[in-house]
Design a binder for this molecule. Structure first.
Ligand SMILES: NC(=O)c1ccc[n+]([C@@H]2O[C@H](COP(=O)([O-])OP(=O)(O)OC[C@H]3O[C@@H](n4cnc5c(N)ncnc54)[C@H](OP(=O)(O)O)[C@@H]3O)[C@@H](O)[C@H]2O)c1
Length: 329
C-alpha cells in the first residue's frame, strides 16, 4: 500500500490507516478477540497507522493496541487526550497534559507517544498560545514525539495549521462532508501539516448497507447521539440526517454502478475517494471485525478514481447536504 509522510511527524504511514474507537466502546459490544483480530488483519494487509484515544472504552482501545505492540513493530500510533474531563479551556493545562499522556504511555506500553492529538478541544483552546507552549513542553520532556489536533470545524483546523509545532490535523472528510476540500487541505499542504481523515464512511452510511428501517444497539452512538445529546452530532453519520444519508448513499452506489470503478464495494470507493484527495495523509476507517479491516485496507490499492465519479459526488453533496452542513462545520 502507498505510504505517505504524516506531516511534520516525518513518519511514513499507509494511506489507509485504522480507527479504533470501535475497539473501546460506543459502537455496541466488540469482544477482545475481535479487537485483536481487527488489529492483526489490518497490519497483515499493510496498515501501519492506528488512531486511538484515551477515552475509547476509558483506555481499553489503547490497552488492546499496547498488547498488540508487544509482538508487532512498524506501527505508528496516534492517540488523543482531553475528553476525560469537561472540555473547558482551564482543563487544557500542562499538569493535565502530563497526567493524561502518562496514562496513555502506560496503556500503550511506550516511553514516548508517537503522536498525541487534542481531542476536539473548544475553539478558545485551539486559539491559545498557552496550549502550544504546553504541548511543546511535552515534546521537550520526551513524553510525546509530536502533537496534532483533532478538530470539529474548518476554522479550528485553519487556526491550528498556522501554528509551527502542529504536526497533523484530524478532521471529518467524506463524500457527504466536502468543506475541508476548499481551504483546509490546501493550507495543510502548503504548511507541511498532515491530514488524518476520520469518519470516512459517514459512520458506515457510505457502505450502502443500511436502509430506512435499520436500527443500531442502544449503546451504539448511532442510536443515542443522533440528536447530538452526548457529543457533537457531526461525529454521528457525519452530522447528516439518517434517512437523507440512506437516500444519498443509494445514489452513491448507483453512481459507482454507472461510471465505475468496477470490482470495489461502495465502502472501498468511499475510502479511495478520501485518500486520493490532494493533501490527505491517511484515512482511518473504523472496523468492527477482521473482514471490514481487510476490505478497508484493500481500498489503499485502488487506482485513481474516474473524474465522472468525482463530479457525481459533488452533485450528490450539492443536492442533499450542502445547505444543511456546509456552513456548520
Ligand atoms: N473526535 C474525534 O477525534 C473522532 C471522532 C470520531 C471518530 N474518530 C476516529 O475516526 C475513526 C473512524 O471514524 P468512525 O469509526 O467514527 O466512522 P467510519 O469509519 O466512517 O465508520 C465506521 C463504521 O463503518 C462500517 N464499516 C467499516 N468498514 C466497513 C466495510 N468495509 N464495509 C461495510 N461497512 C464498514 C462499520 O459499521 P457497522 O458497525 O454498522 O458494521 C463501522 O463501525 C474512529 O474509529 C476513530 O478512531 C475520531
Amino acid at each position: 500500500m502507498e505510504q505517505r509522510t504524516l506531516g511534520r511527524t516525518g513518519r511514513e504511514i499507509s494511506v489507509v490507516g485504522l480507527g479504533t474507537w470501535q475497539l473501546g466502546a460506543d459502537w455496541g459490544d466488540v469482544s477482545e478477540d475481535d479487537a485483536l483480530a481487527v488489529l492483526e488483519a489490518s497490519a497483515e494487509a499493510g496498515v501501519t497507522f492506528f488512531d486511538t484515544a484515551d477515552v475509547y472504552g476509558d483506555g481499553r482501545s489503547e490497552q488492546v493496541i499496547g498488547r498488540f505492540l508487544q509482538t508487532h513493530e512498524g506501527i505508528t500510533v496516534a492517540t488523543k487526550m482531553g475528553r476525560r474531563l469537561d472540555q473547558v479551556p482551564e482543563n487544557y493545562s500542562l499538569d493535565n497534559f502530563r497526567a493524561w499522556t502518562d496514562r496513555s504511555r502506560r496503556n500503550l506500553g511506550v516511553d514516548t507517544l508517537d503522536l498525541v492529538q487534542l481531542h476536539c478541544p473548544p475553539s478558545a483552546t485551539v486559539d491559545a498560545d498557552a496550549t502550544y507552549d504546553a504541548l511543546d513542553t511535552l515534546v521537550a520532556e520526551g513524553a510525546i514525539a509530536a502533537y496534532g489536533l483533532s478538530v470539529e470545524t474548518v476554522d479550528q483546523a485553519l487556526s491550528a495549521i498556522a501554528r509551527p509545532g502542529v504536526a497533523s490535523i484530524q478532521i471529518i472528510l467524506n463524500a457527504f462532508r466536502l468543506k475541508p476540500l476548499d481551504a483546509v487541505l490546501p493550507a495543510a499542504q502548503e504548511a507541511g501539516v498532515g491530514i488524518i481523515v476520520r469518519v470516512p464512511l459517514a459512520s458506515g452510511l457510505l457502505s450502502g448497507k443500511y436502509d430506512e428501517s435499520t436500527t443500531f444497539a442502544a449503546d451504539d452512538h448511532r442510536t443515542y447521539n443522533r440528536d447530538g445529546s452526548a457529543f457533537d452530532v457531526g461525529e454521528t453519520f457525519a452530522g447528516v440526517d439518517f434517512e437523507t444519508g440512506v437516500r444519498a448513499a443509494r445514489k452513491f452506489s448507483a453512481l459507482i454502478d454507472e461510471v465505475g470503478p468496477t470490482g470495489l464495494s461502495p465502502a472501498e470507493v468511499a475510502l479511495a475517494w478520501a485518500w486520493q484527495q490532494p493533501g490527505v495523509s491517511t484515512v482511518i476507517p473504523g472496523a468492527r471485525n477482521a473482514g471490514q479491516a481487510r476490505a478497508n485496507a484493500a481500498a489503499g490499492d485502488a487506482d485513481p478514481l474516474p473524474q465522472e465519479l468525482l463530479d457525481g459526488v459533488r452533485r450528490i453533496y450539492d443536492e442533499h447536504f450542502r445547505a444543511a452542513v456546509h456552513g456548520r462545520w
